[in-house]
Design a protein around this ligand. Sequence first.
Ligand SMILES: [Zn+2]
Length: 260
Amino acid sequence: MIQRRYVFPGVLEMNYQSGRRMGVNIYLIDGGSEYALIDVGFLDELPDVLELIRQMDFSLSACKLIIATHADVDHTQGLTRAREVLRCEVVAHPKSVPAIEEGDEILTYARIDAQGIRIPIPRCKVDRTIDEGDRIQIGDRQLEVWSTPGHTAGQLAMRMGNLLFSGDNIFRDGCVGVIDAHHGSSLVDYITSLERIRDSDVEYLLPSHGPIFRKENRLLDSTISRLRAYSHMSDFGTCAVDWPLMDEWEEDLASGEFRF
Ligand SMILES: [Zn+2]
């Protein structure tokens, strides 16, 4: 048996618990009589995660559900196996369901041919969908579901009191989850989701990657302005809203003057 190292009351996280970097953050919401997991990570780390849960003296059968924050392979590869072992529901946003159930290699980043990346992505049944405003009761704890699209259309965040399980929305260094047209990223939605997080009275962000951190509006502002700039730049291709340089050039060309 090992001692539980709660990061907040009712909240355990496997990297913090094990004292080593295991991969994606896996949160365990301890509601007393039952618990829930937020994401499960890669398949090869799953036996260690399950062992850790056992060693913390949780019964595997007390797991009420697994919440998939979104469909990406690094968050979901272990889902099918975890669902079998824990015999619990898997829940996700409706827009994550096709990718999870079909094991979509492109939408989940399991396959990036240009970089020789190919990760097996087992299909997993999603038992129930959850969406904006839903409340999930886990014993004596309650999560409020936020739909926060941007990184991907089905990205979820979950609020519990002054904590926000913030998924891939923003990390401690101000980076965001990958922006990629093939992945369904939307810069416009991303900005809206980040503004919502900024304007909320949440105090701590518990992301899906890297350290937990206090919500600082300065950090969010700086990330939002970066994404605003990207929405008028070519850097993320078809994710941009427009590219003013081309409009300016068009005017130059029409004027017949060379302005260099
Ligand atoms: Zn991620």
